[in-house]
Design a protein around this ligand. Structure first.
Ligand SMILES: Nc1ncnc2c1ncn2[C@@H]1O[C@H](COP(=O)(O)OP(=O)(O)O)[C@@H](O)[C@H]1O
Ligand SMILES: Cc1ncsc1CCOP(=O)(O)O
Ligand SMILES: [Mg+2]
Length: 268
C-alpha cells in the first residue's frame, strides 16, 4: 500500500459508486450519508430485520456503528453481520463510546467476534477499551470523545488485529492504521475536526466505501478524509462551516492534491 494505491482506490470508489449499508446512530445519519455521496459512494441507512438480508446481498459493505445502540438495534447489528458474512462482504465496526458503558464494550466485542472480514475504526480511547486489560492499557475516554493520543492505543490495536484477524484504524491527530503485516501513520487532518460531531463516524462510513472496492485496510479512507479535512478547515472560520466545506473538499479532491498533501509513513 502506497500513495498510488490510495489514489487508485479513490478512483475505484468514484467509478464503481459502491452501495454502503449503514446501521448507524441517530446523531450522524445525515453527515455520514452526505460524506459517502461526496466521496462518490452510495449510502443506505437501514435497520429493519425485514429488509437487512435482502439489502446485504447487493451492498458492497456493511458499516456497524453502535453510537445510539439499544437491545433491538444490537440484535439487528448481529443479524446484519451474519448476512455480511454469508455474502462475503466486509464489515466496518465503529465502537462509538466503547468503554463508556459495559453495554458498549460488550456489544462491540460481540460484533467484532462475529464479523469474518473486519475493519475496526475508533478513536484511541475506544480502541484501548475494546482491547481491555489483556492489552495492558487503561482508556481515558469521555463519552464518545478520546482523551488518549493515538500512540497510547497502538499496543491495544495490535492485540485486536491478532485477536479478531482484522485491520484497525486509530484516528486522532495522527491516524495509525495497523494490519497483520504493516503499520501506517498519517499526519493529515486538522485540530478543528474533533469539534464537528460525526467526523469519526464519517471516517468509518468512508472506510466502508473503500472496503467495498477491495481496500480493506482502512488506510485510503483515512488518507482521503484527512486531506479533505485539512483543506476544508483552511477555508472554515469554525466547526459550522467546516461541516459544509468538508463535503465540498471530499467532492472536489483530485489525485494531484491528494498526493501532494499526503503525509504518510509506513513500517513493517
Ligand atoms: N487533533 C487532530 N488533528 C488532526 N486531525 C484530527 C485531529 N483529531 C481528529 N482528527 C481527524 O478527525 C477525524 C475523526 O477522528 P476522531 O476525532 O479521532 O474520531 P471520533 O470522532 O470517533 O473521536 C479523523 O480523520 C482524524 O484524523
Ligand atoms: C455524540 C454522539 N452520541 C452518541 S453517537 C454520537 C456521535 C459520535 O460521533 P463521532 O464519534 O464521529 O464524533
Ligand atoms: Mg467516534
Amino acid at each position: 500500500m502506497n500513495t498510488q494505491t490510495i489514489v487508485t482506490a479513490l478512483s475505484a470508489v468514484r467509478a464503481q459508486k459502491p452501495l454502503v449499508l449503514n446501521i448507524t446512530n441517530y446523531v450522524v445519519m445525515n453527515n455520514t450519508a452526505n460524506g459517502l455521496l461526496a466521496v462518490g459512494a452510495s449510502p443506505i441507512m437501514a435497520h429493519s430485520r425485514d429488509e437487512l438480508a435482502e439489502m446485504m446481498a447487493f451492498s458492497g459493505a456493511l458499516v456497524v456503528n453502535i453510537g445510539t445502540l439499544d437491545s433491538v438495534w444490537i440484535e439487528r447489528m448481529r443479524f446484519a453481520v451474519e448476512q455480511a458474512n454469508q455474502h462475503g462482504k466486509p464489515v466496518v465496526l465503529d465502537p462509538v463510546g466503547c468503554g463508556a458503558s459495559s453495554l458498549r464494550t460488550e456489544t462491540s466485542r460481540r460484533i467484532a467476534e462475529a464479523a469474518e472480514c473486519l475493519i475496526i475504526r475508533g478513536n484511541a480511547s475506544e480502541i484501548i477499551a475494546l482491547a481491555g486489560a489483556e492489552a495492558g492499557s487503561k482508556a481515558n475516554g469521555k463519552g464518545v470523545d478520546s482523551l488518549d493520543a493515538s500512540e497510547a492505543a497502538v499496543d491495544a490495536a495490535r492485540y485486536l488485529v491478532q485477536h479478531y484477524r482484522c485491520s484497525v484504524v486509530i484516528s486522532g491527530e495522527t491516524d495509525v492504521i495497523i494490519t497483520e503485516n504493516s503499520e501506517f501513520r498519517l499526519h493529515n487532518g486538522h485540530a478543528m475536526m474533533p469539534f464537528v460531531t460525526g467526523m469519526g463516524c464519517t471516517l468509518s462510513a468512508l472506510t466502508g466505501a473503500f472496503a467495498a472496492v477491495g481496500e480493506t485496510t482502512g488506510l485510503a479512507a483515512a488518507a482521503v478524509l484527512g486531506v479533505a479535512g485539512e483543506i476544508a478547515a483552511e477555508q472554515s472560520a469554525g466547526p459550522g462551516s467546516l461541516q459544509l466545506n468538508l463535503l465540498d473538499a471530499l467532492y472536489c479532491l483530485d489525485a494531484e492534491t491528494l498526493m501532494q498533501r499526503l503525509k504518510l509513513t509506513s513500517s513493517g
